[in-house]
Design a protein around this ligand. Structure first.
Ligand code: SF4
Ligand code: SF4
Length: 470
């Protein structure tokens, strides 16, 4: 039976409820009156239920689909403004005991070159990331209690935070490691992580068990309840995601929204971010076995519906996607992207060894190229990490976001951190266009106090000081 607050995975990610929601969507895909009323509700910016979202996803009326896209765009601008937060993944070990059939790190893949970074190597990787301008990373690691125990993860986090190379520093480490115990989540919280990220991969239990035939990850219940344990362990910013292409996309999106509803109902706060990766080629993986791949058109519709259904949740798109797909995704809802990413273990400090990569990146531009591109599209590239450092996490963050006041922090912080980037890392052309943008956008800050304070911080950055924030 469906129960949003249940502590059993199959009750809050209830198969029957998902299928019924998809059916209602299909039956009403041409119901103009009903879909129009949902779009109207979505325009209030308070989100939509999974059933309402399933209806928007199924809609086949062209003029209403256009309206769905333009509403997503409007909501994005209203809440997030022009800032786009940048980050990079840092792979520290690809040893893994799981059997995920879509991932080259799975235990049985003999073609993957296994590698685990030592603390010295992590220092080198961190310095290399700092040298290109990153301030925020997502730490990535396979599941292996012998090679990658929690102590290794915690030591890696301490090491990364301790590296200060020239003006560089990694100020926020989001962590993407396997589902673990409440006690370990507590340790991660104490280590000052930003967001705990864990993709469900697929919410369809039958497929999940088939795609994860061996290893601890085979346990659907334990994996699906990971965010509950993380929150009970004190982590209040969690990042959800599904790997689109493993199961039917309507099923995944509906279930993902049910997961978000469950966290809000049972733990008092919904997800901080949602990622929408699509399955990509990788060493030793036969992609032909996955028949649920989605087109660019559907990919963008998913992002638009997510933007309307979860207005206060950041949406992340990685370099798995092409430059063009990312451009369109940014327009309709994405608020955070990776840039200059290496998906190999140790790929920043040394030339990449593709045989240790988790997936092939499509957007291979350098961080500076991505930064310059964002500026040319009218966005403000942001290296901001302020919220968790100011204690604005979980419901404190949500309250600010829902009242619309978060933009009073995002906008100036984006400009201050962009100025840092221009001073320390940018190519000449990026510096010129970035300076012009900062000047224009400072003038667009309505609140005089905030504008003057932001100007003063930017002046100090130009004089060599660092790390100011709202
Ligand atoms: Fe291991 Fe994660 Fe890859 Fe599965 S997806 S094989 S758990 S690294
Ligand atoms: Fe993100 Fe907070 Fe910075 Fe805005 S102010 S970009 S929400 S960290």
């Amino acid at each position: 039976m469906y129960d949003v607050k249940s502590n059993k995975a199959e009750e809050f990610i209830n198969d029957q409820e998902i299928k019924e929601s998809i059916n209602i969507g299909e039956t009403n895909k041409s119901n103009e009156k009903l879909i129009t009323s949902i779009i109207k509700k979505g325009s209030e910016g308070k989100g939509l239920s999974h059933r309402e979202a399933a209806l928007l996803l199924a809609c086949d009326i062209e003029k209403l689909n256009k309206r769905i896209f333009s509403l997503a765009q409007e909501i994005k601008m209203r809440i997030y403004g022009k800032r786009i937060v940048l980050f990079a993944p840092l792979y520290i070990s690809n040893y893994c005991v799981n059997g995920c059939v879509y991932c080259p790190y799975h235990k049985g893949n003999k073609e993957t070159k296994r590698k685990k970074l030592t603390m010295d190597e992590i220092r080198l990787e961190t310095a290399a990331l700092q040298d290109i301008g990153h301030k925020r990373i997502a730490l990535e690691c396979g599941e292996d209690p012998v090679n990658n125990p929690i102590e290794y993860i915690l030591e890696s986090i301490r090491t990364i935070y301790s590296v200060k190379n020239k003006n560089g520093s990694i100020r926020r480490i989001n962590v993407n490691i396997a589902a673990t115990s409440q006690e370990n989540y507590k340790k991660l919280k104490e280590a000052n992580i930003g967001t705990y990220i864990l993709f469900q991969e697929t919410y369809n239990k039958k497929n999940y068990e088939k795609l994860h035939p061996t290893g601890p990850k085979h346990n659907y219940e334990y994996h699906t309840l990971a965010m509950d344990r993380a929150m009970e362990g004190g982590i209040d910013d969690v990042g959800l995601g599904a790997l689109f292409g493993l199961s039917n996309y309507k099923y995944e999106l509906t279930a993902l929204l049910m997961h978000a509803e469950h966290l809000e109902a049972a733990k008092g706060v919904g997800p901080h971010t949602v990622s929408v990766p699509r399955i990509k080629p990788a060493v030793g993986i036969d992609r032909e076995q996955f028949t649920e791949g989605i087109s660019d058109e559907i990919f963008l519709k998913i992002i638009a519906v997510l933007r309307i259904a979860l207005p206060y949740t950041g949406i992340i798109v990685s370099t798995r996607e092409s430059k063009e797909a990312r451009r369109k995704a940014l327009e309709i809802g994405v608020s955070q992207i990776s840039g200059g990413s290496k998906t190999t273990v140790g790929g920043y400090g040394e030339p990449e060894d593709e045989k240790s990569a988790q997936f092939t990146t499509t957007d291979r531009r350098k961080l500076d190229e991505v930064t310059q591109w964002l500026i040319s599209l009218g966005y403000i590239p942001s290296f901001c990490t302020a919220c968790y450092r100011e204690g604005r996490t979980g419901d404190r963050f949500m309250k600010l976001a829902k009242s619309g006041n978060i933009s009073n922090c995002c906008q100036p912080n984006a400009l201050i951190t962009l100025q840092e980037y221009l001073e320390d890392y940018a190519a000449t052309e990026t510096k010129i266009s970035g300076e012009t943008l900062i000047k224009q956008e400072l003038a667009n800050i309505n609140d005089t106090n905030i504008r003057n304070k932001a100007k003063a911080f930017i002046k100090s950055v130009k004089h060599g000081e660092r790390d100011f924030r709202f």
